[in-house]
Structure formats: C-alpha cells, structure tokens
Design a protein around this ligand. Sequence first.
Ligand SMILES: [Zn+2]
Length: 139
Amino acid sequence: MDYQARCHCGLVRFSFRSPPITTGKRCNCSLCVRRGAVLSSTYIPAADFTPHADPNDLGAYLWNEHVLGNYFCKTCGIFTYIADGENARDGYRVNLGCVEGINPLALDIAIIDGSRSRSSTRTTPLTRKDNVHARHRVT
Ligand SMILES: [Zn+2]
C-alpha cells in the first residue's frame, strides 16, 4: 500500500510503501517513553520511503551513538520519523500518528523493552524485528 503522512501543521510531508499496517509498537527506552508515539512495527526500507523534501523544515535529534536520527517538524514540533544508520541506509521507522488513514490507537500495539536492550548480559540478543533499537546501545 502507498501511505501518505504529515506532521500536525502540514509543513512536513512524507510517504512510503508497505504491506497494510495493522500493528504498531511502543517502546520504553528513555526517549520513546517521553515521546509516547506509536511506531511502525518494522523499518520501512529506504527504497520504499520518500522523506520530506526540504531538510530545512526538519529538526534532527541524533541519539543512541548518533545512529538514530529522530526527525521532527521545526514548526509544530511533531516527531515524524526515525532514520536509522548513515544516510538512512537501514530504513525508517515512522510515527504512525502522522499517517493518513491510520488510527494508531486502534492497532494491535506491542510494547518493546528498549530500556533493557543495551544489556551486555543478555543471552539471546533481541532481533531487529523485535526491537526498535535492537542493534544499538540504548539507555
Ligand atoms: Zn509541523
């Protein structure tokens, strides 16, 4: 499906292609717990994602060893998406609240234990699929 999305004031727009979205994720890491957004369950591959055209409209909060670019509208402050890795090579995770035609609170929402994913004593590493920030050190 093709999805269109925008921030609250409408300045920032982005779009992406993905299988129909029926689930979302929330995460309890120190950033996500403050942000409170419902995130896409998977990363959208960069090839299927069209970010906002004008980078000047976006603020970026680089976090987690600077590998996660958390983008937000400079005007209304709404978090729009996370770009993962250098030049978003690992794709985008989306704030589902921005996506047209989706009611994020009506989705099946899984909670991700991101606050513990930095543990070096973990015996079974979380897979990327299971965790927002799985590859990265998160506090
Ligand atoms: Zn805005």
